[in-house]
Design a protein around this ligand. Sequence first.
Ligand code: SAM
Length: 281
Amino acid sequence: MRIDIVTIFPGYFGVADAGGRVAESGPLGVSLIGKAAGRGDVDFRVHDLRSWASDVHHTVDDTPFGGGPGMVMKADVWGKALDHVLAAAPVPGAAPARLVVPTPSGRPFTQETAASYAGEGHLVFACGRYEGIDSRLVADARTRMPVDEVSIGDYVLAGGEAAVVVIVEAVCRLLPGVLGNEQSHSDDSFGGTGGAMSGLLEGPVYTRPRTWREHEVPDVLLSGNHRAIARWQRDEALRRTAVNRPDLIRRLAATPEGLGKRDRQVLADAGFPVDAENVAH
Ligand code: SAM
């Protein structure tokens, strides 16, 4: 997979060379993602937006039409950057690149989005700053490529760089060969369709020692009974999800395969009965 990132702060990603490759010490150069990049499974290129500004000050922003506080990033500078990145990096035989624009006003970025991006050949990220990017950039890009405006949560960051690190990490850990155990992401919170945690948050996890400060590991996990362990894990996942994310339980309850009889009993015992009023429509 090829990932291009356009930003006014290339240093945020730890750029290693003039080609925009990421440094081993940067957030995309360490751990599993760094290893994937080292193997060539993902090719990161970081670009400085200011390279496409035409004035001596390398200006990338201007005051907003209609007034108001703050500055808006200029469509003409962004347009040139995008033209260059797309022309310089065609992935042979691949579908057109997808432009991803992080913004608090975008659609929520979810595990499902991450899984669909993991199937793409080329992602281009546009990191906004200030009040965001002139909206004509997205309108223009949509005429030639798929474009997603995505939000990583209901809060406002100072810039898109942190959002890009979040998105890239969520996507890259789903690429084949990145996680040591391929099953581990289907057992994670929000695990893929049909996974053990499909639509749920993962329950509690434990490791040695068996007793720590008088806290014991639940007996069932030491029983060797894999069926009982799997059932306990699902029960705990249901309880935790009901407390922390009742919206997910309502969504599961609305799907035919979402919750079994035992699941409903566990939820009822936990004080979260799933009845007609509790189901998402
Ligand atoms: N004026 C914008 C608004 O109210 O929607 C906020 C702009 S924010 C200060 C600057 C940049 O940070 C955005 O263009 C975007 O790149 C990034 N950003 C901020 N919050 C974000 C979020 N929740 N998800 C994704 N990107 C975000």
